[in-house]
Design a binder for this molecule. Structure first.
Ligand code: SF4
Length: 334
């Protein structure tokens, strides 16, 4: 049997969940919950680093997100499911990490400059935004977790968390032997690419996403007007499925024989884009309907959400407090 790892993963509550979230993370969470000891959380403090001006909207999005998690089958009896801000030890450890982390380490994070330029209309010259990697490192270390599910492209991000933890251990627990905090390792997972309906990355802010519970009519309409391979102007032009968002949705929802057919027939103009989209709807619509039904059940019993989060916060607090007692002792604070 494979080793059971302690895994931590969070998601920012910044809007309705879409199929990109499912294939990018949640499908993997469903697998992880059966194989490892998992701590899954709503990263509300992280969301505040960019959404600090609209905290009410963020909290609404959070409830919706957790309801979707339950509807998808994330099981609070198997995982510790909680809201980050209900476990104050994350903030305490992030503060202590801040004492030992040189500012240039934070400034050189590529997403720091990138996001500041991309998210126009928001003032991101805040300490919270610069310091979020400290909180990220604390999110994992406070549970002494050893694994963080990441795609290949995010391994470099995790490196900063590892460096912070390493420096912390060297300062406060330099003796040979078990370290105060483990350095988190990447648990490499496949994050299949899902393009948005306009061909860009699927994202709520681009309005190009299919929501997990999108209504049938809306899904149909939006799909039928979605972009395809821009080079395929006429029906007879051969296409390239690799640049087409519809093909990525096929890969996520259609059976292998349909995927193979589209891959082949698109390149030879054997299939037109309208028929290709209809073939996608055959499998996409039932999947959306299944989610809407499951979600309606959760909405009928909202106490399930409260119960899950309360229970999760209690369990998360216990583990986090145990770590913090050792950390405080090592730093001569207790
Ligand atoms: S046939 Fe399908 S995969 Fe090819 S460009 Fe049209 S919609 Fe995209």
């Amino acid at each position: 049997m494979a080793t059971r790892l302690r895994v931590v993963s969070g998601m920012r509550p910044t809007g309705k969940l879409h199929v990109g979230h499912f294939f990018g993370a949640l499908k993997n969470w469903l697998k992880l919950q059966d194989e490892h000891e998992c701590f899954f959380f709503s990263a509300d403090w992280h969301a505040l680093t960019t959404e600090y001006a609209t905290p009410g909207e963020m909290k609404e999005a959070e409830r919706d997100m957790v309801a979707d998690w339950l509807a998808l089958g994330i099981d609070p009896t198997k995982v510790v499911l909680f809201v980050q801000s209900r476990v104050k030890q994350h903030a305490e450890l992030a503060l202590l990490f801040g004492m030992v982390t040189p500012i240039p380490w934070l400034e050189r994070v590529p997403t720091y400059k990138e996001q500041q330029q991309n998210l126009t209309g928001k003032d991101l010259s805040t300490y919270g935004f610069l310091g979020y990697p400290l909180l990220q490192a604390a999110d994992v270390a406070v549970y002494r977790a050893t694994a963080v599910p990441v795609g290949q492209d995010q391994v470099a991000h995790l490196e900063l968390s590892r460096e912070i933890v390493r420096r912390f251990n060297n300062l406060y627990a330099p003796e040979v032997g078990p370290k105060l905090l483990p350095e988190p390792q990447p648990l490499l997972t496949e994050h299949p690419k899902i393009l948005g309906l306009d061909g860009r990355k699927m994202s709520k802010s681009f309005h190009n996403a299919i929501l997990l519970g999108e209504a049938e009519e809306s899904a149909k309409k939006r799909l039928m007007t979605a972009v395809t391979d821009p080079a395929r102007v006429r029906r007879n032009d051969p296409g390239n499925p690799e640049v087409c968002p519809i093909f990525y949705l096929h890969k996520a929802y259609s059976p292998p024989e349909t995927i193979a057919m589209v891959d082949r027939e698109c390149r030879t103009a054997g299939i037109g884009c309208v028929d290709c989209k209809k073939a996608l709807l055959v499998n996409l619509l039932p999947a959306l309907e299944k989610h809407r039904k499951a979600r309606a059940e959760v909405d009928q019993a909202p106490e399930r959400i409260d119960q899950a989060l309360e229970d999760g916060a209690r369990r998360a607090n216990e583990v986090a407090e145990e770590t913090m007692r050792d950390v405080r002792r090592a730093m001569k604070l207790e």
